[in-house]
Design a protein around this ligand. Structure first.
Ligand code: UDP
Length: 323
């Protein structure tokens, strides 16, 4: 198939593009490089540096390329930042996404796979969280992704654009070529590995008074290659729908730091800080629906295996894509 990957120079988009290419698909990447990196663009793709905010640019790119499907990764994705600058999140994640959908409708592109998030749920009544859980986001990031999921339902009903929303829990790890490099880096695993490499003096633990066994937040860390595999399966989905994607296991912030100490064998200083606004205490996925409907099966079940792949990448590229 011909796949048009919007945001394909970012962390998750780059690995999905790599896997698509490995499986014989033709890939074009559209990215403004605001968060992504030129070095994360697989050389086998056709790269278009463009602005999703510019309706004309995305319309021209889609109508020139005429893909069989679109994968949409281009969004801002930081809970903390969204609590400080909600406008950025609503504008980029909703308005710019609409430009993409309208370009697809104009060109008659029938299918989209959308990067959604567990942040649409907010603090759950219980875990694991399945697709029937109430959606009560507690930050503008989650709210913006939930709004776009709703928009997709209407574009399917009115324009016939089939969609699959994949609600990632915490994407982590790396392929051999591509890994996580955000500037600034706010995500836990790369931040801890930067502390191991001496790229930062310590890692901060945001909140130690949560109602969890060790007082720190619990997240479901899912390997990026397992996420990428889910996107490929989503291309063949018979029906539109939304799927939660995680391993079904949870690790606390302290457990992640401990795993990084074990895998790297290095000293990692951790200091305790107050809670980060917008963080729910515990997010763990039930992924039974995608396993049943699309036959998805994660290959990386242990946190150590995920951290190990991230560590391999960070050792190879200690300064990320700058190298
Ligand atoms: N976290 C932390 N220190 C950091 C970065 C993150 O304690 O330097 C915590 C954060 O508060 C959350 C968890 O680690 O509970 C995962 O955060 P991350 O930003 O990686 O992903 P998110 O869950 O926000 O998508």
């Amino acid at each position: 198939m011909k796949i048009f990957v919007v945001g394909g120079a970012g962390y998750i988009g780059s690995v999905c593009a790599e896997l698509l290419l490995n499986e014989g698909h033709e890939v074009a990447i559209f990215d403004n490089l605001s968060e992504g990196h030129r070095g994360a663009v697989d050389l086998r793709t056709h790269f278009i540096e463009g602005e999703l905010a510019d309706r004309g640019e995305i319309e021209a790119a889609i109508s020139n390329h005429r893909p069989d499907a679109v994968m949409h990764f281009a969004a801002n994705a930081l809970v903390g930042e969204s609590m400080q600058n909600p406008s950025k999140y609503f504008r980029n994640n909703i308005c710019n996404g609409l430009n993409l959908l309208d370009a697809m409708v104009a060109a008659g592109i029938p299918r989209i796979v959308f990067s959604s998030t567990c942040a649409i749920f907010g603090p759950p009544d219980g875990v694991p969280i399945d697709e029937t859980a109430p959606t009560r986001p507690i930050n503008p990031y989650g709210e913006s992704k939930l709004a776009f999921e709703k928009i997709l339902r209407w574009y399917d009903e009115i324009h016939g654009v089939k969609f699959v929303c994949l609600r990632y829990f915490n994407a982590a790890g790396a392929s051999e070529k591509f890994g996580e490099d955000h500037r600034p880096e706010t995500h836990l695993i790369p931040a801890v590995l930067q502390a191991a490499l001496g790229e930062r003096p310590n890692v901060e633990i945001y909140g130690t008074d949560y109602d969890t066994p060790d007082g720190t937040c619990i997240r479901d860390y899912i390997h990026i290659l397992d996420l990428a595999q889910a996107h490929i399966l989503a291309l063949g989905a018979a029906n539109s729908g939304c799927y939660n994607l995680g391993t079904g296991g949870g690790s606390s912030v302290r457990e992640v730091i401990e795993s990084c100490r074990t895998i790297t064998g290095l000293t990692i200083n951790a200091i305790e800080k107050p809670r980060r606004p917008g963080d729910p205490p515990r997010l763990i996925a039930s992924s039974d629906k995608i396993k049943k409907d699309l036959g998805w099966q994660p290959q990386f079940q242990s946190l150590d295996a995920i951290v190990e792949s991230a560590w391999r990448w960070h050792q190879k590229f200690p300064r990320g894509y700058e190298d």
